[in-house]
Design a protein around this ligand. Structure first.
Ligand code: PPS
Ligand code: ADP
Length: 181
């Protein structure tokens, strides 16, 4: 274990505009203040570089998620708390990432940011729901593309029913309970 504590991957899965990135950044701030080494692998940033050229069909999403899982495990195995606010809509793809971590003996938790699609589409941070409704975009997760809800996530957050700080605190408490801090 490094002097900054144990590494672990914290994957936040959920629909676009569910609050994955906002909660991840709040938790990242808290963990950094506590002296942990932290990285956030944000879906949008990864798609600019590591996954440049990939689209939103099933195969490309799976490739994207496996690449991110690979990098996350590497970082986490070196003592970093790696926060991953990435949709990851397919259960088998998420399971493969969990197995990669298990095989390496690296901590891993899956958080379902379970904001209902009605709330997400009202927030519509990037205007994707409006575009889909206007017929300018197809294949939007949770609307006309699948989102396979985690059946047994390590934690499910009703993120629309509590504050960002409360959600971040809930994940923090889970990490403490699992001995991952
Ligand atoms: N068709 C479609 N479906 C879903 N999401 C879309 C789409 N087109 C663009 N976007 C935006 O892409 C952002 C990153 O997606 P991810 O890499 O997290 O998705 S995936 O796990 O590969 O499915 C994702 O970011 P978040 O809103 O932060 O979830 C979306 O804003
Ligand atoms: N209780 C809440 N929890 C998380 N996000 C919230 C909450 N209430 C409002 N929001 C807002 O919802 C939006 C969620 O966007 P974002 O975090 O980018 O979602 P995602 O990464 O899942 O696409 C942000 O603008 C955030 O400020």
């Amino acid at each position: 274990m490094s002097e900054h504590g144990q590494g672990a991957t914290i994957w936040l899965t959920g629909l676009p505009s569910a609050g994955k990135t906002t909660i991840a950044r709040a938790l990242a701030r808290r963990l950094a203040e506590e002296g942990h080494r932290v990285e956030v692998l944000d879906g949008d940033e990864i798609r600019e570089f590591l996954s440049a050229g990939l689209g939103f069909g099933r195969e490309d999403r799976d490739t994207n998620v496996q690449r991110i899982g690979f990098v996350a495990e590497l970082l986490s195995s070196h003592g970093v708390k790696t926060l991953v606010p990435v949709i990851a809509p397919y259960a088998d793809s998420r399971e493969a990432v969990r197995k990669r971590h298990q095989a390496a003996g690296t901590g891993y938790v899956e958080i379902h940011v379970a904001t209902p699609v009605e709330v997400c589409s009202e927030r519509d941070v990037k205007g994707l729901y409006a575009k889909q409704a206007a017929g300018q975009l197809t294949g939007l997760t949770g609307v006309d593309d699948p989102y396979e809800e985690p059946v047994e996530p390590d934690l499910r957050i009703a993120a629309h029913e509590q504050s960002v700080a409360e959600s971040a605190d809930a994940v923090h408490a889970l990490l403490a309970a699992r001995g991952l801090l």
